[in-house]
Design a protein around this ligand. Structure first.
Ligand code: HEC
Length: 150
């Protein structure tokens, strides 16, 4: 090990020691999922539920079953966002499309389940492209290949 590495480790150790003394670990570890240090907004929490629902629906495709969604999703327009400026005048158009796609998905048959499921994910992506681009890569991972459809 060279000298630079040793100095680096010493500085790292010292910083950990100092910050460790100033911030109790319990506070630093609280709500590690939160992107926002001030805590999670209603809309963020709802979005995480929506993501879980989509992930579950994705897994259920292989079992040829549809996954019902909770009524809480209907509150998408009134859930408080982290920042008031996050939502623009197109928000309700996008949320309406999402809820419509969810209802189509719920009514899916074995013939159109993959297509209807992907349509839900595309409706997430269209709102995110204009509102909150951060989670887009994560949402894209939900898409399923449509090899069995036309
Ligand atoms: C009508 C617009 C809209 C739709 C539709 C939408 N989102 Fe979001 N999403 C947002 C906004 C706005 C935020 C930022 C919320 C905030 O900062 O309070 C967000 C935040 C998120 C986050 C980050 C949550 C966090 O941890 O803070 C994820 C993940 C996410 N959305 C996934 C999804 C998925 C998956 C779907 C579809 C199943 C979806 N979104 C549909 C607008 C939308």
């Amino acid at each position: 090990m060279n000298k630079i590495a040793l100095v680096f480790i010493a500085i790292l150790g010292l910083t950990t020691f100092i910050t460790g003394k100033m911030t109790p670990v319990t506070t630093a570890m609280a709500d590690t999922n939160a992107i926002n240090p001030n805590g999670s907004s209603e809309l963020s929490l709802l979005m995480r539920q929506m993501h879980s629902h989509a992930a579950e629906a994705r897994a259920a495709v292989a079992e040829k079953r549809n996954v019902a969604y909770p009524a809480a999703f209907l509150a998408i327009n009134t859930a408080q966002p982290t920042d008031d400026e996050t939502k623009n005048e197109h928000f309700e158009g996008f949320s309406k499309a999402y809820l419509q796609m969810l209802d189509n998905y719920i009514a899916s048959t074995d013939e159109n389940r993959i297509k209807n499921y992907n349509a839900v994910v595309y409706s997430c992506l269209s709102c995110h492209s204009s509102h909150c681009p951060g989670p887009v890569p994560k949402i894209k991972k939900l898409l399923l290949p449509e090899v069995f459809t036309d």
